[in-house]
Design a protein around this ligand. Structure first.
Ligand SMILES: Cc1cc2nc3c(=O)[nH]c(=O)nc-3n(C[C@H](O)[C@H](O)[C@H](O)COP(=O)(O)O)c2cc1C
Length: 351
């Protein structure tokens, strides 16, 4: 298997990363990818500290080869009661249909950014790789992560973001194209018009930075891996294609949507969290419009959706469920993650 600047940097057998996917997987998927020679990823953004600790223990004890743990590093917004009231107003017809009193729905802040407390928890594990979404933590915090030897990755959605990550201490850059499922890692801009498809973004990022560049977004198979490597990628990060593996924790409703015709129509939406993320179009997105301005700042949109999501899921319906998916879900099948990793690795042979 050819070595790349990325496999050298993180000492992995393959320059293939399984994208950390919050809410859809835990250490089981990461371990299966590591066993196949890839770099498994644990999403930490939605884990309570005790759960994160248990997952890290599993990875440390069982991982064959390097693994990655991923955090968000957004700045939480100040509480905004007026914005929450507007959001609940926009959702009022759905609350009425579900028989939910909006005044009983708590305004929980949800996802927490990386912090000194999380760094305290992480330090004894010294993960081989730590990746971030939405930029990088503050310099002192980042220095802590690097001080125990972790390699640091983060997503760039524009050339400017890639240059910024290089200037601020990332060891490699993930070029996240517009096709990607889940949240866009954008952090220097909010303008969706700046967002490029993977094969437009990747070569421009490769030309702009000296760091190894990892391609992500819409890459489901060996042919996609080969194409990304031909455009200068030092590695590839794959998310959506892993969602139907038995080791993932993807819900039955989400799996069914990914394997249906519905998966051909994804949109960027701010409705589920407040930041743009790509998912399969469902009733909530159709009803409110995927980018409705009533959705409050990230991550405070989620709490108001949670009881609606639970109500419809209990009826076997994904009306208000985020069905995160990239634009190419064609490889979503119930194959073991090791098998999928081996299939993706075939794209490295002649790269
Ligand atoms: C269900 C889902 C959840 C995701 N959650 C995260 C996350 O927690 N952290 C992160 O850095 N990226 C997350 N992503 C984005 C991935 O890192 C990656 O950019 C994307 O999966 C690549 O595109 P693809 O899905 O077309 O393969 C998520 C993607 C999906 C599909």
């Amino acid at each position: 298997m050819p070595r790349t600047a990325l496999s050298d940097l993180i000492a992995s057998r393959l320059p293939l990363l399984q994208a950390p996917m919050a809410g859809a997987q835990d250490a089981a998927l990461a371990l299966a990818v590591c066993a196949a020679g890839g770099v498994g990823g644990l999403p930490a953004a939605m884990l309570a500290p005790e759960a994160l600790q248990a997952q890290l223990q599993a990875l440390r004890a069982q991982a064959q080869g390097p693994w990655n743990v991923n955090f968000f590093c957004h700045t939480p917004p100040a509480p905004d009661a007026a914005a929450q009231a507007r959001w609940r107003q926009a959702l009022a017809p759905l609350y009425a249909e579900a028989g939910i009193d909006p005044d009983t729905v708590p305004a929980d802040v949800g996802r927490q950014p990386f912090s000194d407390a999380l760094a305290d928890l992480l330090e004894p594990f010294a993960p081989p790789v730590v990746s971030f979404h939405f930029g990088l933590p503050a310099p002192g915090l980042l220095a802590r992560v690097k001080s125990w030897g972790s390699r640091v990755l983060s997503s760039a959605t524009t050339v400017e973001e890639a240059r910024w990550l290089e200037a601020h201490g990332a060891d490699a850059v993930i070029a996240q194209g517009l096709e990607a499922g889940g949240h866009r890692g954008m952090f220097l801009t909010r303008e969706l018009g700046t967002q490029l498809g993977t094969f437009a973004l990747l070569p421009q990022v490769v030309a702009a930075v000296r760091l190894p560049v990892i391609a992500a977004g819409g890459i489901p198979d060996a042919a996609g891996v080969r194409a990304a490597m031909a455009l200068g990628a030092a590695g590839v990060q794959v998310g959506t294609a892993y969602l139907c593996c038995p080791e993932a924790r993807t819900s039955a409703l989400h799996r069914a949507a990914l394997q249906s015709q519905a998966a051909r129509h994804t949109e960027l939406t701010t409705l589920f969290s407040g930041r743009p993320a790509r998912g399969i179009v469902n009733r909530l997105m159709r009803t409110l419009g995927p980018l409705n301005p009533a959705a409050p700042a990230f991550p405070t949109a989620s709490a108001a959706i949670a009881p609606l999501r639970a109500h419809f899921e209990a009826l076997g319906r994904s009306d208000c469920t985020p069905l995160w998916s990239g634009q190419n879900a064609s490889a979503c099948r119930a194959v073991p993650a090791g098998e999928l990793t081996a299939a993706l690795a075939q794209g490295l042979d002649r790269a």
